[in-house]
Design a protein around this ligand. Structure first.
Ligand SMILES: [Zn+2]
Length: 368
């Protein structure tokens, strides 16, 4: 009840002008889907500290999607998210009342406005400028803005950091060459080394080519298990690494309608190198806004190729259902061996362009 509560008590006539409420009323949120995503984030991002059961034990009452409260330990589903805009939350046990953006901020310890941004990044259905203008009101007071790109100069500076430490630059790039990448692939995806931080840099761009954020990883660590550091805008759920190349061809005779969907930038680049169009989702969850971006880029067929492990399989199962619902032809790329875990393994084994696919559009029905 922080912001909203204060507004109600002090300025009742201005309640309607709370931009968060206006935005929430203008977007569609699937309360059940959101609860499931929050459950995942809660377990994986903050370690399920307060209540290991938070956001689990879903129960749909018609008006509310109930689950276990994230604000205290409990094993009963006392906490509800209203299915109608503006998506109030209410816990019948502890008495918590707030809108869904405020609840997210409290549970995940985010700054004011970040909860709304998280929702927008996952739940904007249409690119209505008016929505972004309202975000601008929150972010930059009255300045107009769309989801801001990072200045290109930021990336340029990283590229130029080579001049101050050629040795480190070469060490980083030779690591990528060892992964099987050639210089053309590295240049295409603008891979460079930021010698100021000792990191390999993977620029992440929007469908239209704007620089949204950069992903960095320490030079010299083993690739698997290494943690990425992200810099730039926190809105990421509409970003697919490599999609801006696909999008470029959209209105041409070379329009690319079929892509491989992979986990990481290096998987995407591996496929590019053997001539297969690919995009990476930067993780194992395919978000709704990423599907929208695929459609906007003219893609109508997806070959799923997340990592060859249990988490990748689960991710592909979920992605298959979501893509199927969006009317996209979905195939699964068949790994030839349990020991080859991702596209980069297959690139180095010389098998990446020799894989079979199997249509999985019916998978949604199988799992229902
Ligand atoms: Zn509660």
């Amino acid at each position: 009840m922080r912001r909203f509560g204060v507004a109600v008590m002090n300025e009742p006539t201005h309640q309607k002008q709370n931009p968060a409420i206006e935005i929430l009323e203008s977007i569609h949120i699937d309360a059940e889907e959101l609860t499931e995503e929050l459950s995942f984030s809660y377990q994986h991002e903050i370690g399920a500290v307060t209540n290991p059961n938070a956001f689990t034990k879903l129960n749909d009452t018609g008006d509310w999607v109930m689950s276990c409260c994230p604000l205290h330990p409990e094993s009963r589903a006392s906490f509800g998210i209203n299915k109608e805009a503006p998506y109030h939350c209410n816990c019948f046990y502890c008495g918590y009342i707030g809108t869904v953006d405020q609840m997210i901020e409290q549970v995940f310890d985010l700054d004011e406005g970040e909860g709304l941004k998280m929702l927008l990044s996952g739940y904007i259905l249409d690119e209505k400028p008016v929505i972004y203008d309202m975000v601008a009101d929150i972010e930059n007071k009255r300045e107009r803005l769309v989801i801001p790109d990072m200045p290109e100069s930021y990336l340029q500076e990283m590229k130029e950091s080579r001049q101050s430490n050629e040795l480190m630059y070469r060490a980083g790039m030779s690591y990528m060459l060892q992964r099987g990448f050639d210089q053309r692939t590295l240049d295409t995806y603008e891979i460079c080394v930021d010698t100021a931080t000792g990191t390999l840099v993977f620029p992440q761009r929007t469908r239209r080519g704007g620089l949204r954020f950069v992903q960095k990883r320490k030079v010299g660590d083993a690739y698997h298990g290494a943690k990425f550091i992200n810099e730039g805008n926190k809105i990421k759920r509409d970003i697919l690494f490599g999609l801006h190349f696909i999008n470029k061809f959209r209105a041409t005779k070379d329009c690319i309608k079929r892509v491989r969907l992979v986990e990481s930038p290096t998987d995407c680049m591996s496929n590019y190198q053997v001539g297969i169009p690919a995009v990476s989702i930067n993780g194992r969850i395919l978000f709704r806004n990423q599907i929208k971006e695929l459609l906007l880029a003219g893609v109508n067929e997806v070959d799923l190729m997340l990592d060859n492990d249990a988490a990748g399989s689960k991710g592909m199962e979920d992605a298959a259902k979501a893509l199927d619902r969006a009317g996209i032809v979905v195939n699964k790329v068949m790994y030839p061996s349990p020991f080859l875990k991702d596209s980069n393994d297959l690139l180095r084994a010389g098998m990446l362009d020799k894989l079979e696919t199997r249509n999985v559009n019916m998978i949604g029905n199988i799992f229902k």
